[in-house]
Design a protein around this ligand. Structure first.
Ligand SMILES: [Zn+2]
Length: 233
C-alpha cells in the first residue's frame, strides 16, 4: 500500500538526513584541517631553525679562518723574532705577538661559546623535527580514516537513493508531493504513531484520527504538528 511504501521512503529519508549531518565526519574534517595547520607551523619553525644553524655554522667558519690567519701572522712574527738581534725590534715584535695571541684566545673562546649555543639549537631542531613527524603521522592516519568513512557514507547514500527512487515510482504522485511538502517544511514528512501519541510532536492524537491512520487508505496527518502519521501493522 502507498502509505506503507511511503513509510519506507520516510525511513530512508531519515537515514539520509542523519548521514548528511554526520557529526563524526565533520569533526574529523576540522581535526584534519587543524593538524595540517599545526604541521605547517612546525615546518616553518624547522626551516627557520635550520637557517639559524647554517648562519651560526658559517660564523664559526669565519672565526676559524680568522684564527688561522692570525696563527699564520704569529708564525711569521716568531720567525722574524729569531732572525733579529736588535732589542728594540725584538721588544716590538714580542708585544705584537702577545697581542695576536690574546686575539686568538678571545676568538677561540667565542667559538667555544657559539658551539655550546649551537648544540642547544640543534637539540631544539631535533625536537621540532620529531613533533612535526608526530603531527604528520596523526594527520595521515586521520585522513585515511576520513576517506574510508566518507566512502562508506557515499556508498550507503547511493544505495538509499536508488531504493528511494524505486519506492517513489510505486507511490501515487499526489501522496509523494504532499509528503515532500511537509518534509521541506519540517525536515521530516512522516512519523510513527506510538499508541495514541504522535512521535513527531509527542502530543495525544484523537481516536478518530488513529482509526483513520490504521485504515491507510489515505494520508492521515497529526492535528498538532501536521506530519503524516503511520501505524505499523
Ligand atoms: Zn504530531
Amino acid at each position: 500500500m502507498d502509505i506503507d511504501l511511503l513509510f519506507e521512503v520516510s525511513k530512508i529519508d531519515d537515514e539520509i538526513k542523519s548521514l548528511e549531518k554526520n557529526k563524526n565526519v565533520k569533526e574529523m574534517a576540522i581535526k584534519i584541517k587543524r593538524y595540517r595547520e599545526e604541521y605547517e607551523r612546525y615546518k616553518k619553525e624547522y626551516d627557520e631553525i635550520s637557517a639559524d644553524i647554517n648562519e651560526i655554522e658559517s660564523t664559526i667558519n669565519e672565526i676559524t679562518e680568522e684564527i688561522e690567519s692570525i696563527d699564520f701572522d704569529i708564525k711569521k712574527i716568531e720567525d722574524k723574532l729569531y732572525s733579529t738581534s736588535d732589542l728594540k725590534t725584538i721588544d716590538m715584535w714580542q708585544k705584537s705577538l702577545e697581542q695576536k695571541k690574546c686575539q686568538v684566545f678571545k676568538k677561540e673562546e667565542e667559538v667555544y661559546n657559539i658551539l655550546e649555543r649551537l648544540d642547544k639549537i640543534k637539540k631544539d631542531k631535533e625536537k621540532i623535527l620529531n613533533k612535526g613527524k608526530e603531527i604528520k603521522n596523526s594527520y595521515n592516519l586521520l585522513r585515511e580514516e576520513y576517506i574510508k568513512v566518507t566512502k562508506e557514507i557515499n556508498i550507503r547514500m547511493e544505495e538509499l537513493n536508488e531504493k528511494r527512487e524505486l519506492l517513489i515510482g510505486e507511490i501515487n504522485d499526489l501522496i509523494v508531493q504532499e509528503y515532500e511538502n511537509i518534509k521541506n517544511v519540517k525536515g521530516y514528512g512522516m512519523r510513527v504513531l506510538k499508541g495514541e501519541i504522535c512521535s513527531g510532536c509527542g502530543m495525544d492524537v484523537p481516536t478518530v484520527i488513529i482509526s483513520e491512520a490504521k485504515n491507510k487508505r489515505k494520508i492521515t496527518k497529526c492535528p498538532h504538528c501536521g506530519v503524516i502519521l503511520y501505524i505499523a501493522d
